[in-house]
Structures are given as C-alpha cells and as structure tokens.
Design a protein around this ligand. Structure first.
Ligand code: GLP
Length: 254
C-alpha cells in the first residue's frame, strides 16, 4: 500500500529505468485521474533536463472516445498531448491513439498492427474503473477481446461526466484496446486510489477471473504490480504489507 504520491514516484522510476536502458522504448498510457501524478513527475524531470534522450520512444494510448473530434479538449488524444507529449517535449507522431472518428471495421486491427510494428508495449500504465473496467473494457465483455469499438456502461459515463459540462456530453462509445491486447504488454503497473475503487480491487485480485470483472484478467499476467492506497486496499482480505514506511506495494504474480 502506498499513497498516490509514492505510487507515482515508483511508477515514474520504472519509466526512467526503462528509458535509460532502451532508447526506443514503447510505453502504454492510461488516462483518467490515477496516472496524472506520474506524468507530472516525468514532466518535472524533463524541466530539470534530467531525462535521457526520448526522441525514439513511442507511446500508445489505451482508448479513445468515439464521436469527439481529436481536438476536443477531452478527447484522449488531447488529454495525452497536454499531459505527455508537450511536457516531455516529444513529437506528435510519438503518440499513438486509436482513431475515435471512425466506426469502420478495420480501425481496431490497424491499431493492433501498429502496436505490433513497434514491437509491443514495454510498460503499460493502467487505472481501474469503479466497476472493474480497464481501458474501456466494460464488465461482461470477452476476455480475449482485441482493439475495437465498444459501448460505455452508464456507470462509466457517470464516473467520467466530471470531465464534461454534463452527462449528456459524455460519448456513448469508444475505441478500446481489448483485454488480450493489454495482456501483451511485457510489464503492467496498475494504479488505484480511493474508497470507490476498493470493491473492484478486491474482486479483481482476490476473486475469480471472470468477464464481469475485466481487471481480473490481470491475474493471468506474469508481471503486474498494483499500487493501491489504504482506502482502495480496504476491501482486500489477504493483504500482507509493511505499513511502517508506507512504501511497500502489493505485488501480484511476480
Ligand atoms: C477511464 C479510462 C480508464 C481509466 C478509468 C479510471 O474510464 N478509460 O483507462 O482507468 O477511467 O479513471 P480514474 O483514474 O480517473 O479513476
């Protein structure tokens, strides 16, 4: 268990280690509130001139809303441009986001092909929805899903309404990496903070692997680290961690 600041520092350290040993590293980026501190810390390193040369790294987003123009401030392309591309001084083409302006049958497989062409993701950052979704893979979907257009649940639309002027403005559909796509990342770091995440965290990591809890699929991945604060860990029944320095993480499958 860690507070969100410490979690961000540990995740940030993993990114820095990756960047210094692999000039053409590929990272997977999540949106939402949970990873923003990681991006802010990396931006601070960038301002200090303390990052290695990032001119050959690439980043792939997990998902995008369907129906928002790319330049809409809440499209994930815009969000990651603000939080990642600009602060780190990267080129636009170093960020790959699924296209949300198309519903054509090939857009998902085109994105998968691109991901493959870049050699797959070295470190994938993930948040978790209050209903256990990862990326925009909602409860009840296939565990072997790939990048595709999908429908958002009403709960996710309500959760994400805080980024829009009203619930009506939250898109109903998205393009999202599938659960099987996410599992191809070589290493996964999941961040979950706050009491509203507690039931999903407990069900995902102590319950069975089921489509009703999409994040539970992560139990099948060999290298997942889950960073949770005390509130998000509060429903876990098998937590054993050292709280003395508040710096241990709950490690799974390592
Ligand atoms: C959105 C994103 C997810 C993210 C989730 C949780 O639905 N598509 O990738 O994990 O929100 O967001 P937050 O970190 O704000 O709780």
């Amino acid at each position: 268990m860690v507070d969100s600041e410490r979690a961000a520092a540990l995740a940030c350290r993993s990114f820095l280690d990756l960047f210094s040993r692999k000039a053409d590293a590929v990272v997977g980026l999540a949106t939402g509130s949970s990873p923003t501190e990681v991006y802010r810390m990396l931006a601070a390193y960038s301002t200090l001139g303390a990052l290695p040369d990032l001119s050959r790294i690439s980043a792939f987003a997990l998902d995008e809303y369907v129906g928002l123009p790319r330049e809409h401030p809440e499209s994930y392309h815009s969000v990651l441009t603000r939080q990642w591309t600009i602060p780190l001084g990267l080129r636009t083409e170093q960020l790959h986001v699924p296209l949300g302006n198309v519903r054509d049958a090939n857009s998902g497989s085109d994105f998968e092909d691109e991901l493959l062409r870049f050699g797959g993701v070295d470190i994938q950052l993930l948040g978790i929805g209050s209903n256990g979704h990862i990326a925009f893979n909602e409860p009840g979907g296939r565990l072997d899903s790939r990048t595709r257009v999908a429908q958002l649940s009403e709960q996710t639309r309500r959760d994400n309404a805080r980024f829009f002027a009203s619930l009506d403005e939250v898109p109903s559909h998205c393009v999202t990496q599938g659960l099987a796509t996410i599992l191809t990342a070589r290493r996964i770091l999941l961040l979950g903070f706050g009491r509203q995440k507690a039931p999903a965290i407990a069900a995902a990591f102590e319950g069975p692997v089921v489509p009703e809890l999409p994040a539970s699929i992560l139990q099948l991945h060999p290298d997942v680290t889950v960073f949770v604060d005390e509130a998000a860990a509060s429903a876990l029944s098998r937590t054993t961690c050292d709280l003395s320095n508040k710096s241990s993480d709950v490690s799974l499958g390592r």
